[in-house]
Write a protein that binds this ligand. Sequence first.
Ligand code: KG4
Ligand code: ZN
Length: 340
Amino acid sequence: MKVLGIESSCDETGIAVLDTETGELKQRLYSQIEAHREYGGVVPELASRDHVAKAAPMITQLLDETGGAETLDGIVYTRGPGLMGALMVGASIARAMGWALQKPVLGVHHMEGHLLAPMLSDERPEFPFVALLVSGGHTMLVDVEAVGRYKILGESLDDAVGEAFDKTAKLLGLPYPGGPELAAMAATVARTELKFPRPMIDRPGLDFSFSGLKTFALNTINRLSPLDDQKKAEIALAFEQAVVDTLRIKCKRALELTGYKSLVVAGGVGANQRLRAVLQNLLVDLQGRVYFPALEYCTDNGAMIAYAGGLRMAAGLRDDEQVCDVLPRWSLETLAPLPA
Ligand code: KG4
Ligand code: ZN
C-alpha cells in the first residue's frame, strides 16, 4: 500500500510517501525553528500559518518525484496530540485530498508515530518492549505489547524532558530549541563538581517531574553569577547528567517491572548522545537491547506518521469520510490494536 503521510503537529512540516510492502520511502522536512527562534519558543499562530504556506508545495514536489497523487492508496495525517491550529492544517489537506482523489484517509497518533519510528531502521525491535518517549511535549514510559496495545507505565507530572532542556538552555542564554545547544555546551567540559537532584527517584513508581530541575538551575545560576563559559558549561553538564541519570533509573525500573529485554527510545531528546550512551550501557548490563530511531526519525517527521498510519490503513482501518478533526489532547492508551 502506498501512503502519503503528513505531520504538522508542532513546528515541523513533515511529508513522506511510503510503500508499506517494499518499505520504499521518500520524505521532505521543513523545520520552522528560525521563525520561532526570536520568540524563544513555538508561537502557535505562526506555526499554523507556516504549515499552510509550506505543506502544499512540499506535497506537490514529493508526489511529482514519486509517481503522482493518483498512484497513492491513501493519505494519513497527524490527528493529535499537538497544537490545534497546526494539526488542523494537516487534517484539512489530508481530507481535501481524500475527497478530491477519492482515496481513504486516516488520522494518526503522533506518539504512536514516534514509538514505531525505530521500525524504519534495519534493526527493528520485536514486541513486546518498553518505550521511553522523550520529546518537547511528552515524557513517558510505555509498555508496548503490540501495535496499538499500549499501557502508560509512567509520565511527567509537569514539564516534559525536552521542555526542561529548552527552559534551562534559555536560562543559560542559549537560543531555541535549547536541547541540542545545551548538550553541545555540556560536551565542552569533561566533569563538574556541581550536582543537580535526581527528581522522584526515591519514590516508588515510574512518573517523572522535571520542573524542579529548571528551578534548581535558576538558583545555581543566581548563586554562581557572573557566569563565565566554563561555569555555564558545568551547569549544562550537571543538568544533563541529572536528567539522563533519572531517565536511566526509571527505564531500569520499567524493564524490571515488565520483565522485557528491549527498550526503544523515541522523540527529539532521543537524539541526545549522553542519553544514548548511558542507556546503551544499561541494556548491556541487563543483557537486553536498546533501539534508537535514526537521528532523522527522532525529531518530528512525516516518515513515522506514514509508517504508523500505513500499518493501520493496510490493516483496513480508515476514518469516516465526513471526519476532518483533530485531537490536541489524545491518550495513547485509547488507541485500538490492529485488527487480526
Ligand atoms: O520530538 P520532537 O522533535 O518534538 C516534539 O514532538 O516535541 O522533540 C523536540 C525536543 C525539543 O525540546 C529539543 O530541545 C529536544 O527535543 N532535543 C534535544 C536534543 N535534540 C532535540 N534535547 C536534548 N539533547 C538533544 N541532542
Ligand atoms: Zn514529536
